[in-house]
Write a protein that binds this ligand. Structure first.
Ligand code: TRP
Length: 382
C-alpha cells in the first residue's frame, strides 16, 4: 500500500507565517519529494462552520483566500489534490458511523477542544439564557469528523501543527476500534510534526503563545512588504534590552524565534548589509554568532529586526508574486478546487463503500441483495 498524505486548514482567514512554518512549507517539500503516492489538501469549510454557523459568508470568502495561499506557497494542483471538505458528502456519513465508536467522556478529554471551548467562551452561561452560550454539538464532535477526513483517504501521514496531535490520536483510536469491531478496513495514520522547535508553535508578533487572527498578532503570507516591515518593527523583543549596549535575551525573544524558523545559512551573505550600521558593524556567518553578540550586548534591536525583515521577505516575496498572478486568474483557482473535490469524492466514496461493507450495511451492493434474499427467504419459509 502507498504512502498518502491528507491535511488541511479551516478557511476562517488568510493563512499566516505560523501556518507556513508549522505545516505549509513541509507539505510543499513533501509534495516535491516524490515520496508520496497521493497528496490530499483539504479546505475544511464544514469544520469551520462548527463554530461559525451564523457566519457562512466568512467561510465562503476565505475558501478562495486559503486556496490562493496554498497555491502561491507552492502547492501544485498537478501534484496534489486540493479540495473543499463540504463537497465530499461521504465524509459526513463516515462521521456518523464513527460517532458510535467514541464516548462523550473521551471527547471531553481532548485538550485542544477543551482549550478552544474556553477560548470561544462556549462554556459560559450554559443555562440557555443566551443563545450564544454553550458548545455546539458539531463543534464538540469535530475530532470525529476529522477522523473521517483522514481515514476517507486512507492517509498514512498527516503533516500538521502540534495543536492537532490530539485529533490524530483520536483518529488512531477510532481506526483501531473500527478495525477490531468490523474487521481490518481503515488505515492508522501517523502524525508528522515540524522538526524545528521554533516552528512547532510560532508565537505572535506580540510574543503571545500563538499567532492568531483574533489576537491581531499575525504576519500574513499575503501581507505586502510594507506591512511586514511595520509588523516586524513593532515586534516584541527583550523588554530588558533598553540600551543597545545592554546584554539581550534570546530566549522568549520573538525576533529570534522567527529567525530560528526562517533563517537559512545563505542569508548571512545575502543580507550582510543589514549588519552594517552608522556606529557599529558586524560580520556574522551563522545565527549562533548573531545570538552570541546579542547576549553580549552591543547589537541593537533595529539591526536584528532589519535582518529578520530581509529574511522574511526572502521567503514571502516569491509567494506574493505568485499570489498576484493567481489573483488575476480566479476562474482557474475555482476550477482546481472543483476538479479536486470531484477526485476526492471518488476516493472517499470507495472508503465509504468499504466501511459499509465491513459494517454489513451494504444491503443493495451487487451480489449482497441476492444473498440477503436467499437467507431471509429461508428463514421465513422453513
Ligand atoms: N483542524 C484543522 C485546523 O484547525 C483542519 C483539519 C480538518 C484537518 N480536518 C483535518 C487537518 C484533517 C488535518 C487533517 O486547521
Amino acid at each position: 500500500m502507498g504512502k498518502i498524505i491528507l491535511t488541511g486548514d479551516r478557511p476562517t482567514g488568510r493563512l499566516h507565517i505560523g501556518h507556513y512554518v508549522g505545516s505549509l512549507r513541509r507539505r510543499v517539500e513533501l509534495q516535491n519529494s516524490g515520496k508520496f503516492d497521493k497528496i490530499f489538501i483539504m479546505i475544511a469549510d464544514a469544520q469551520a462552520l462548527t463554530d461559525n454557523a451564523d457566519n457562512p459568508e466568512k467561510v465562503r470568502q476565505n475558501i478562495i483566500e486559503v486556496a490562493l495561499d496554498y497555491m502561491s506557497a507552492g502547492l501544485d494542483p498537478e501534484k496534489s489534490t486540493l479540495f473543499i471538505q463540504s463537497q465530499v458528502s461521504e465524509l459526513t456519513e463516515l462521521t456518523f458511523f464513527y460517532e458510535n465508536l467514541v464516548t462523550v467522556q473521551r471527547l471531553q478529554r481532548n485538550p485542544t477542544v477543551k482549550q478552544e471551548i474556553q477560548l470561544r467562551g462556549f462554556s459560559e452561561n450554559t443555562d440557555g439564557s443566551d443563545n450564544k452560550a454553550g458548545t455546539p454539538v458539531g463543534f464538540f464532535c469535530y475530532p470525529i469528523s476529522q477522523a473521517a477526513d483522514i481515514t476517507a483517504f486512507k492517509a498514512t501521514t498527516v503533516p500538521v501543527g502540534e495543536d492537532q496531535e490530539p485529533m490524530i490520536e483520536q483518529t488512531r483510536e477510532i481506526v483501531r476500534k473500527f478495525n477490531s469491531t468490523y474487521g481490518e478496513t481503515l488505515v492508522e495514520p501517523e502524525i508528522m510534526l515540524p522538526d524545528n522547535a521554533a516552528c512547532l508553535r510560532l508565537p505572535g508578533t506580540d510574543g503571545k503563545a500563538k499567532m492568531s487572527k483574533s489576537l491581531g498578532n499575525c504576519i500574513y503570507l499575503s501581507d505586502d512588504a510594507e506591512t511586514v516591515w511595520a509588523k516586524v518593527k513593532g515586534m516584541y523583543t527583550d523588554p530588558g534590552h533598553l540600551q543597545v549596549s545592554d546584554p539581550g535575551r534570546v530566549e522568549g525573544n520573538t525576533v529570534f524565534t522567527y529567525l530560528d524558523a526562517f533563517c537559512k545559512p545563505e542569508h548571512f551573505d545575502k543580507f550582510a548589509s543589514c549588519f552594517i550600521g552608522k556606529k557599529v558593524s558586524f560580520e556574522f556567518h551563522s545565527l549562533d554568532e548573531v545570538k552570541a553578540q546579542y547576549r553580549a550586548g552591543g547589537l541593537g534591536d533595529m539591526m536584528i529586526k532589519n535582518f529578520l525583515n530581509a529574511v522574511l521577505n526572502d521567503t514571502l516575496e516569491p509567494i506574493r508574486t505568485r499570489r498576484h498572478e493567481l489573483e488575476k486568474n480566479i476562474p482557474y483557482v475555482y476550477e482546481v478546487l472543483r476538479k479536486g473535490s470531484e477526485e476526492a469524492r471518488k476516493v472517499a466514496a470507495q472508503t465509504l463503500s468499504d466501511v459499509k461493507k465491513a459494517m454489513k450495511i451494504n444491503y443493495f451492493d451487487p451480489g449482497v441483495l441476492d444473498e440477503l434474499i436467499a437467507e431471509q427467504t429461508a428463514k421465513f419459509n422453513q
